[in-house]
Design a protein around this ligand. Structure first.
Ligand SMILES: Cc1cc2nc3c(=O)[nH]c(=O)nc-3n(C[C@H](O)[C@H](O)[C@H](O)COP(=O)(O)O)c2cc1C
Length: 419
């Protein structure tokens, strides 16, 4: 592997990063220690237990297709000191059962990942059952999460994703097949509030999940109609917690800072938090989350130089994972705008960074930046998708009867995983 000067100096490619990019962000440029609880009252925190796995502090990296692959999970884990749970991007059950080549690559975990957490998406109880059995029998993961939250029109149009929990019997069948084929593996589910404000499903779905032996539930406090717009409804998380006191409830939606996470726990009584877009271009948020829950640490405020070093490491890890440096840098392009958000960088240089195709090129471009810039004011706010949508596309007659025994055709599954 080539040696890099400039912002990547001291970068140590590979899965260990002793004294490297992540350590520097952890150690430098930090804000003063946060209070254990900014409101001054003790957090009603119990240990989060996902089956046999203790998750302490109770912070979970949200599954994000195209993002939370092994390299990104590794980065987040390095910042958290190995604490927390890091869920894979969504894997389509049909593609898994068919051993699709891309899918088999996506389910790769770094050997240091413990527990290995995989998210599955499926619409057919039988195929979901087979996929879960395959994971259990072949020891492919330690925890299985089922995704019922996808709002993508091409999926809801067929009755999949966040449209599916509306059909209570179908949801129950899928959960039953998953749990009964999982052996000792804990099965959790992640969902939205419902299709839209007139078709709310999460409380029924929560009860069904408990009855079918699901271990924990994560709720994204939006309907499918909201997509990523508006504000996540944290009251719904509290209501779910009251409705399913038997199992842990994880709150999800609009956690942009470690203090947001504490606030969600305090305001909703949820047992843990799931953090998605807040980590985009900010894997060190995981270090902040651990610091906040433990009340011991400080929050990272990396300079552009430190951010650049993390960017290079991320791109390097992607190249190693894909087995091809150029493919790694190309896959990394989508992350550039998130990492550099708020920093003063000329538009030409920004464009060039987003089309770099080798580590050398990325490195050279980054050494042209004004690397001494401090962490920008306001860069901790919303990032990633934030747009709303008004109408959820559904199959004809889908809303007529929540209790009919509709099945969903296989084409409600995406062709490939992580899409
Ligand atoms: C790019 C992207 C990809 C996503 N992919 C998935 C996915 O594969 N599975 C899933 O359950 N949710 C997925 N989500 C939703 C997130 O897991 C999370 O529920 C949502 O972003 C709300 O949390 P946040 O406000 O912390 O981002 C995705 C979100 C984004 C932005």
């Amino acid at each position: 592997m080539r040696k890099h000067d400039g912002p990547g100096e001291g970068r140590t490619p590979g899965h260990n990063d002793p004294g490297g990019a992540t350590a520097r962000v952890r150690d430098n440029g930090r804000s003063p220690p946060p209070p254990a609880d900014p409101e001054g009252s003790p957090l009603p925190m119990t240990q989060l237990q996902i089956g046999p796995h203790a998750v302490q502090p109770p912070v979970v990296l949200a599954p994000m297709a195209g993002i939370t692959n092994a390299p990104f999970r590794t980065l987040c884990r390095e910042f958290s000191g190995g604490k927390g749970l890091f869920v894979s991007e969504m894997i389509t059950t049909r593609a898994l059962v068919e051993r699709n080549e891309k899918t088999m690559q996506l389910i790769h975990f770094d050997e240091t990942e413990k527990p290995r957490s995989i998210q599955l998406y499926g619409v057919d109880p039988d195929t979901v059952g087979k996929a879960v059995r395959m994971i259990a029998e072949e020891d492919l993961a330690d925890h299985i999460d089922l995704n019922f939250g996808c709002p993508v029109p091409k999926v809801t149009r067929k009755g999949g994703g966040s449209a599916l929990p509306y059909k209570r019997h179908l949801l129950r069948s899928i959960l039953r097949e998953a749990v009964s084929n999982a052996g000792e593996l804990p099965v959790t589910m992640k969902m939205r509030k419902g299709i839209d404000d007139d078709h709310i499903t999460y409380l029924d779905a929560g009860r069904i999940a408990v009855e079918e032996g699901v271990t924990a539930i994560a709720l994204h406090g939006r309907t499918a109609a909201q997509h990523y717009g508006g504000t996540a409804d944290w009251d719904a998380i509290a209501r779910l917690k009251e409705t399913v006191p038997e199992i842990p409830v994880l709150g999800n939606g609009d956690i942009w800072s470690a203090d947001d996470a504490l606030r969600m726990v305090r305001e909703t009584g949820c047992d843990g938090v799931v953090v998605g877009r807040g980590c985009l271009g900010r894997p060190w948020l995981f270090g902040d989350l651990v610091a906040a829950f433990e009340g011991t640490g400080t929050y990272a405020k990396p300079t552009l130089k430190e951010v650049a070093a993390v960017m290079l490491r991320h791109a390097t890890l992607l190249g190693e994972w894909l087995g091809d440096e150029a493919r790694g840098v190309i896959d990394f392009r989508k992350h550039v705008a998130w990492y550099t958000k708020g920093f003063s960088i000329g538009s030409e240089l920004r464009k060039k960074l987003a089309i770099a195709s080798s580590l050398d090129e990325l490195d050279a471009l980054m050494s042209e930046l004004d690397l001494d810039q401090p962490w920008p004011v306001g860069a901790d706010g919303p990032r990633g998708r934030t747009s709303g949508r008004n109408r959820v596309v559904l199959p004809d007659g889908w809303l007529d009867d929540p209790y009919d025994c509709a099945g969903v055709t296989a084409d409600a599954e995406l062709d490939t995983s992580g899409g």
